[in-house]
Write a protein that binds this ligand. Structure first.
Ligand code: 5GP
Length: 190
């Protein structure tokens, strides 16, 4: 999506450690009018898939998930970070390795909110190594829900997550795909 690529070039900052900061419009301050246009694009891509639930992960996926859900007129369910000691039989649980914090944690959703009748669109802000998306797919698998696909705002396509997940036959639509990125040379798109 050209508009998003332009926004990333003008407002994004590449940080050491292979992190793109887009906290001026996506990850801290949120440009709601702009994010609505991304939500509309996700709706265009998945409009005929019978989506009845959007699943994301706290915290940075929640905003874009909600702005997407208004076009699908469906609820947003966000996986919460939890302590292993707090897991119960009322929850689906999976593990995530946090790309930006380099830590592992459990993520959970209540069983009552995700089940066999659901046709789920997974939305997240970034796709890098695929740990967050894998955990969300795993929650859906446990629940017996159907995943129609994933909508990602920014995919770092030089990292393996997207390719590995697509090879499993899962539809992944990313609105911007970064081919390479460095502090010295800036950002190139696919
Ligand atoms: P993955 O689990 O695919 O390795 O990483 C995806 C998650 O890590 C996203 O939910 C996002 O919060 C975070 N993430 C990965 N790469 C970046 C990045 O370059 N910038 C920011 N701001 N977050 C990232």
């Amino acid at each position: 999506m050209k508009l998003l690529e332009q926004k990333i070039i003008t407002e994004g900052k590449v940080r050491p450690g292979d992190v793109l900061k887009v906290d001026c419009f996506l990850n801290h301050q949120m440009d709601v009018d702009f994010l609505c246009q991304l939500g509309e694009e996700f709706h265009r891509l998945y409009a005929d898939c019978g989506v009845n639930k959007i699943l994301t992960i706290e915290a940075s996926g929640i905003g874009i998930a909600c702005l997407t859900a208004q076009f699908f007129h469906c609820p947003v369910l966000f996986a919460k970070k939890a302590k292993t000691s707090n897991l119960s039989d009322k929850l689906w649980a999976s593990k995530v390795h946090s790309y930006t914090h380099n830590t592992d944690h459990d993520v959970i959703v209540a069983k009552k909110f995700l089940g066999e009748g659901d046709r789920v669109l997974i939305i997240d802000d970034f796709l890098a190594n695929g740990s967050a998306l894998n955990a969300l797919l795993d929650l859906c698998r446990q629940a017996g829900a159907t995943v129609v696909g994933a909508g990602i705002v920014i995919e770092k396509a030089y990292q393996p997550g997207g390719e590995v997940i697509r090879r499993r036959g899962i539809r992944v639509e990313s609105l911007a795909r970064i081919a390479s990125m460095s502090v010295e040379d800036g950002i190139q798109f696919c």
